[in-house]
Design a protein around this ligand. Structure first.
Ligand code: G3P
Ligand code: CA
Length: 248
């Protein structure tokens, strides 16, 4: 089984996270997919930004939910990373989907509902995936189990994954209960018994954030379904060497 490589927030070590340059780099490098984070604006537009607050990754201040999409587009989401990316804009999910339209690139859309449980975000995102016919290339993930459950109720055929960074009692049963297809786990939770348990429960396992060669190799050897990495080029190169038996 070939472990899939998702570029975490795009190729986020090469370009500002969750922006078109980061996504374009990831695509050109040959990543299998892109992981990105979704928050909702004041006018209910799903936009790609990791934090609830725009402070860290733009020249603005305040919460995403207090901006309209048009207002958010005025912010510079590139200069904080490097002056080479000055005036890079925050983009909407729709803009991403329109760019991905003719590509085979997979998408991992993380709905950021743990801190702000944005109303109807699941339905809004689902409708866009239907509009762009991208449901089959997409996995919806969230740290918030309610979001997974809501998406499962909207359409049980959507691939969903519960995100977790901690060991939890009854995790596998709970994930099944909310309708998750898989688990996206922090790398330190990964071990063979965990993988076996997940398989027994019909859950796939992906790991984040895998940036070191030895961790990548470990995931490939253990047969993880996917890894999520800031360094897709290193992940691809390491996977090639592993497939050729050069790295063991
Ligand atoms: O989806 C995996 C990972 O992105 C979850 O954590 O904080 O990087 O969004 P975070
Ligand atoms: Ca994320």
């Amino acid at each position: 089984m070939k472990t899939l490589i998702y570029a975490h927030r795009g190729a986020s070590k090469q370009a500002p996270e969750n922006t078109m340059p980061a996504f374009t780099f990831a695509y050109e490098l040959g990543a299998d997919g892109i992981e990105t984070d979704i928050q909702l604006t004041k006018d209910h537009v799903p936009v790609l930004i990791h934090d609830e607050n725009v402070r860290r990754t733009t020249n603005g201040t305040g919460f995403v939910q207090d901006y309209t999409f048009k207002q958010l587009q005025q912010l510079d989401a590139g200069s904080w990373f490097s002056e080479n990316f000055i005036n890079t804009q925050i983009i909407s999910l729709e803009q991403l989907l329109s760019w991905v339209k003719d590509k085979e690139l997979k998408l991992n859309l993380e709905l950021k509902t743990k801190i702000i449980p944005y109303k109807h975000i699941e339905q809004i995102v689902y409708d866009l995936l239907i509009k762009y016919d991208k449901l089959n290339q997409t996995v919806i993930s969230s740290f918030n189990p309610n979001t997974i459950q809501n998406m499962h109720v909207i359409d049980p055929n959507v691939t969903t994954a519960l995100l977790t960074s901690q060991k939890k009692v009854d995790l596998f049963r709970f994930a099944k209960q909310v309708g998750a297809s898989g688990l996206h786990i922090k790398s330190r939770l990964l071990n063979p018994p965990f993988l076996n348990k997940a398989t027994e429960n019909g859950l796939y396992v992906a790991t984040y954030t895998i940036n070191r060669k030895f961790e990548m190799l470990r995931c490939y050897k253990l047969g993880c379904h996917a890894i999520i990495s800031d360094l897709p080029h290193l992940a691809i190169e390491t996977r090639e060497l592993y497939e050729q038996n050069i790295l063991k």
